[in-house]
Design a protein around this ligand. Structure first.
Ligand code: ADP
Length: 396
């Protein structure tokens, strides 16, 4: 039977999920962590709860993929590698070129490499992984699924920064957004739950994980999103600051005796957000456990909620209305109190949460009251499935 593998490669990790398509059945999934470091961890879950795990040094992505393909046949998850007819690769930066998922031939691969300027940690690793797939599985169709594609429908009014126009024209300095695959998946599903053609819907999707973003989806198209030129902008995140005044940078650099702007950006990417505010952790669960006794943790949570609420309000204004708000990803799917607090501040536009229905984690459900004018849904995201579907669509 025809199999499709959805691959999400990071600079030191490789997550994957193998599907039988078009049935959309997950036959195995796994992760390789600490690639290039000592004691890399290689895990496969398959069958009815079986698990295969090895800890050993895995020098690079090519060795990791070799091991993966060997184990797929060794563990009899597939009979032969020929069964894998498609591979979908998550790619962080697609720039203005990749407006949708695309077959990755040599010309497209060159473009993925060139776009490394926009995602220096991700695009090169992803391009490398595609090359390994081309080598080890020469008959498999490789498809790139870009985090930015869904947002290429944003109008100029929303993607341009208010800086000299020539910086956009000469250097492509603009808003690109991210998490597009997730926003696309949950907005499509929300339209189905609303029982309307997506073209007739206005949906605000909140992808709230370690990285977090809100998107305004008007008629099935992203018209604005909270992340910017890079994923640093927008909401308060696990370790990222989200929106700040750029003038803070030189001011803080002077106070901190920093001379390299990269060090400052590093602080905004890795030491800020929930982590920086609370001084405890970037993980929402830790903050929730500490909030009763730790004021900083409590305020960090309040700031997180406030920014989500502000973006929702702003996008309702951008679209001149909203039919549904969707919560997804780790925090969105699991943090009951956060959903209640965010929506509680939105009663002014006829949005009301049903506390009982909201008392749920990680499953698809409508959580607004029966007479709420704006519906609120919890929809678990499934980026891997979206990737597998895109591969399937391009295989025909
Ligand atoms: P990533 O962006 O790394 O994929 P996830 O979507 O897995 O992140 O989300 C991770 C976040 O979800 C963490 O902040 C974690 O604390 C939060 N989370 C997971 N479970 C819960 C829970 N039960 N309550 C609140 N937050 C949770």
């Amino acid at each position: 039977m025809s199999k499709t593998i959805a691959v999400n490669a990071g600079s030191s990790s490789l997550k994957w999920q193998l599907y039988t398509m078009p049935e959309e059945v997950v036959v195995a999934k796994g992760i390789v962590e600490r690639i290039g470091l000592n004691d890399s961890i290689f895990t496969i879950k398959y069958g009815s709860g079986e698990k295969y795990e090895v800890i050993k040094d895995i020098e690079d992505h090519e060795i990791a993929i070799h091991m993966l393909l060997d184990q797929l046949t060794e563990l009899k998850i597939i009979e032969s590698l020929e069964e894998i007819t498609g591979a979908g690769h998550r790619i962080v930066a697609g720039g203005e070129h990749f407006k949708e998922s695309a077959i990755i031939d040599d010309a497209a691969l060159k473009l993925v490499d060139e776009l490394a300027e926009f995602a220096p940690l991700h695009n090169p690793a992803e391009a490398k992984v595609i090359r390994v797939f081309q080598k080890l599985l020469p008959d498999t169709l490789n498809v790139g699924v870009f985090d930015t594609s869904f947002h290429t429908t944003m109008p100029e009014v929303n993607y341009l920064y208010s800086i000299p126009k020539e910086y956009y024209e000469k250097f492509a300095a603009r808003k690109y957004g991210a998490h597009g695959t997730s926003h696309r998946f949950v907005s499509k599903r929300a339209a189905e739950l609303l029982g309307k053609p997506i073209e007739e819907t206005k949906i605000i999707t909140c992808h709230l994980g370690n990285g977090a973003s809100v998107t305004a989806v008007d008629g099935g198209k992203s018209v604005d999103t909270s992340m910017g030129f890079t994923p640093l902008a927008g909401l308060t995140m696990g370790t990222r600051s989200g929106d700040i005044d750029a003038s803070l940078l030189p001011y803080l650099m002077e106070k901190l005796n920093l001379t390299d702007i990269k060090d400052m950006i590093d602080i905004l990417n890795k030491k800020s957000g929930l982590f920086g505010l609370s001084g405890i952790s970037s993980d929402m669960r830790d903050l929730l456990a500490a909030e009763e006794t730790n004021k900083d943790a409590k305020v960090a949570i309040e700031i997180f909620e406030d920014r989500v609420r502000k973006y929702i309000g702003s996008y309702a204004a951008t679209m001149n209305g909203v039919d549904a708000i969707v919560f997804t990803a780790g925090i969105g799917e699991n943090d009951i109190e956060m959903r209640e607090n965010v929506i509680h501040g939105l009663t002014w536009f006829g949005c009301e949460i049903d506390r009982e229905k909201n008392n749920v984690r990680g499953k698809e459900v409508e959580i607004s009251t029966a007479d709420s004018k704006v519906k609120v849904f919890l929809i678990p995201t499934d980026e891997e499935l979206m990737i597998a579907r895109d591969v399937q669509a391009l295989q025909k």
